[in-house]
Design a protein. Structure first.
Length: 484
C-alpha cells in the first residue's frame, strides 16, 4: 500500500497540545502502558514502586489507583503491557437480558458500562456469545447483588455459576532488580485490584531496558470460515482455503457459531486447508470460526540478552522461547518491542501468506540503526525466528529515552530528547521498511530517561483520527499531536 501523506501545511499542520500534567515527575524506569489496539480509555502510568495512575483520555486527567507495592523500587528495566480481557467472573443468576453477581465475590465497577461481555462456560446456548453492557446497578453494601444489563437478549437465562469476562482489560507490570514474589503483578480495571503472578522462569534479576507485548486484541481477526464435516476435536478442516503451511502457528482459532461455539484454541500446525490444535469440543460443518492473535500470550524481551520469554495467562507460567534463528545481537538501552497486528495493507492481509499478526518488531537501541523482527510462526514447528532489518532512508539512531508504539502500518518512535535538545518523533512503515520524521516537539523536557513514555490513541476502530501522546522525561509535561 502506498503511504498517504495528508499532513498538508496550513490545512493540517501538526501542532502539539499541552495536556493535563502528570501528578509526579517522571523518573528513570518510569513508563506508560496502553492497549495494543490503541482504543482503551485508560493508559497506565507506572511512576514508582508504589505509585500508579490511570490517564483517562476521555477526561484528560489522572486517576490515582491502589498501590500494588511492587518491589523493589522502580528503576531501569521496568516494563509492562496491556491485555484486552478482564479476569473471569462467575454469575449467581440473571435473565436473558441481565447478569447478576455477588458483590462480595466480584466487586465490578462502573467501567463495565459500554464494554463487551463474553460468556465462557455454563449455559450451553450462551457460550461464546458477546453482548454490550448497557448499565450497571450496584448495591448499597458490599454483600449485595450487582446487576449488569445487556444490550440484547441471549438465548437462555443466565444461570448460577455461568462464567464470563469483560473487555475492560488488564495491565501487567514487572519491576526491576532481583525479582521477588511481588515483582510481577496484574491490575484488573473493572475491579480495581492487583494480583501477584508467577516470576518462575524469568531472569533472576532485571537491570536494563526490557519490554513486554501481547498479540491479543478484541474484534481483530485475520481470517474466517466454516469448518468442513471432516473436522474433529483436534483438527478444523476448511475446504477451499489455500493457506501456506505453518503460517497460522501460534495464532488462535475461536469458534464463533455452531458446534463447539465459544471454544478457543492455540493453533499448533496448519496446512493448505486445515488447522491443528489441542483437543476441544468436536467440530462439524456448522462450526464457524475466526483466526486471531493469541490472547493468552505475553512476550518479554530485553534485559541485556537475546533470550526471549513467553507467559501463559491461563497457566500463570513462563517459558523460554527457543527460536530456530536466534536474535543476532542483544538489545541495549532504548530498545523497543511492538507486536504488529492488522496493518491495513492488502499484501500483508493475504490469507494465503499472512503477514498481519505475525511479527514483533524490536529496535535494537544502544545507538544503532537496526530493527530486529521476530516471526511468531516462523522457524521449525513454529519455534519462531529472528530477522535483521536495516531501515531507510532516515538513519536515526535510538538510545536512552527512546519509546515506541504500533498503530496500523506504522510504528511510531520517540527519539530521546533533553533539557536543551527538542524531542524528535519518527514513524517506521513496516510494509515498506521506510523510516521518516513525523513531528518535532519544541516544548523542551528534561534529561532523557529509560522507560517507554509515548503511546498512540485512536478515536475509533477505523483509526482515521489518531493522537500521539508523550510524557516527557524528567518532567510532568504531557503533550500530544494529531497524526495524519
Amino acid at each position: 500500500m502506498a503511504e498517504a501523506q495528508n499532513n498538508i501545511p496550513i490545512l493540517n499542520k501538526a501542532e502539539w497540545q499541552t495536556m493535563m500534567p502528570a501528578p509526579t515527575t517522571t523518573a528513570a524506569g518510569g513508563l506508560c502502558v496502553n492497549s495494543n489496539d490503541n482504543l482503551s480509555r485508560f493508559t497506565m502510568y507506572y511512576a514508582s514502586g508504589t505509585v500508579f495512575y490511570l490517564y483517562d483520555h476521555e477526561q484528560d486527567d489522572w486517576l490515582p489507583i491502589a498501590s500494588p507495592a511492587i518491589l523493589p523500587a522502580i528503576a531501569a528495566g521496568a516494563c509492562g503491557c496491556h491485555t484486552p480481557w478482564s479476569g473471569n467472573f462467575t454469575a449467581n443468576g440473571g435473565s436473558t437480558t441481565t447478569i447478576t453477581i455477588n458483590a462480595a465475590t466480584h466487586n465490578i465497577n462502573g467501567f463495565a458500562v459500554g464494554e463487551t461481555v463474553e460468556f465462557l462456560s455454563g449455559t450451553a446456548a450462551n457460550r461464546g456469545l458477546r453482548r454490550t453492557i448497557l448499565s450497571i446497578l450496584t448495591p448499597a453494601t458490599a454483600t449485595g447483588t450487582i446487576v449488569l444489563t445487556l444490550d440484547s437478549a441471549v438465548p437462555s437465562s443466565v444461570a448460577n455459576n455461568d462464567t464470563f469476562r469483560l473487555s475492560t482489560g488488564r495491565f501487567w507490570m514487572c519491576a526491576t532488580g532481583t525479582l521477588v514474589a511481588a515483582s510481577f503483578q496484574v491490575y484488573d480495571v473493572v475491579v480495581g485490584t492487583w494480583t501477584q503472578r508467577a516470576i518462575t522462569g524469568l531472569p533472576a534479576a532485571i537491570t536494563i531496558d526490557s519490554k513486554m507485548c501481547s498479540p491479543g486484541m478484541i474484534g481483530v481477526s485475520y481470517d474466517t470460515g466454516t469448518a468442513a464435516a471432516s473436522s474433529n476435536t483436534t483438527t478444523l478442516d476448511c475446504t477451499g482455503k489455500a493457506w501456506t503451511n505453518d503460517q497460522w502457528i501460534n495464532y488462535q482459532v475461536r469458534i464463533t457459531g455452531g458446534t463447539g461455539m465459544g471454544q478457543i484454541r492455540v493453533i499448533t500446525d496448519n496446512d493448505a486447508d486445515s488447522l491443528t490444535f489441542a483437543a476441544g469440543a468436536d467440530l462439524d460443518d456448522t462450526s464457524t470460526f475466526v483466526i486471531e492473535g493469541d490472547e493468552n500470550a505475553i512476550y518479554y524481551l530485553g534485559n541485556d540478552a537475546v533470550t526471549m520469554y513467553k507467559y501463559s495467562i491461563s497457566g500463570n507460567s513462563w517459558a523460554t522461547v527457543s527460536p530456530t534463528t536466534a536474535r543476532n545481537t542483544k538489545p541495549g538501552v532504548g530498545m523497543t518491542a511492538d507486536f504488529v497486528g492488522k496493518t491495513g495493507d492488502t499484501g500483508w492481509a493475504d490469507i494465503t501468506n499472512i503477514k498481519d499478526g505475525r511479527y514483533i518488531y524490536s529496535l535494537r537501541g544502544a545507538g544503532t540503526t537496526v530493527i530486529d523482527r521476530f516471526n511468531i510462526s516462523g522457524g521449525t514447528n513454529g519455534a519462531g525466528a529472528w530477522e535483521v532489518i536495516a531501515y531507510h532512508p532516515v538513519s536515526a539512531t535510538f538510545s536512552t529515552g527512546s519509546s515506541s508504539d504500533w498503530a496500523g502500518e506504522f510504528i511510531y518512535i520517540a527519539k530521546e530528547g533533553s533539557a536543551t535538545v527538542p524531542q524528535r518523533f519518527y514513524r517506521y512503515n513496516v510494509v515498506t521498511n521506510r523510516m521518516i520524521t513525523t513531528a518535532t516537539d519544541w516544548y523542551l523536557g528534561g534529561v532523557a530517561l529509560i522507560g517507554n513514555k509515548m503511546w498512540v490513541r485512536s478515536l475509533s476502530s477505523a483509526g482515521a483520527i489518531k493522537w500521539m501522546y508523550c510524557l516527557q522525561s524528567t518532567s510532568t509535561n504531557l503533550r500530544r499531536v494529531m497524526l495524519f
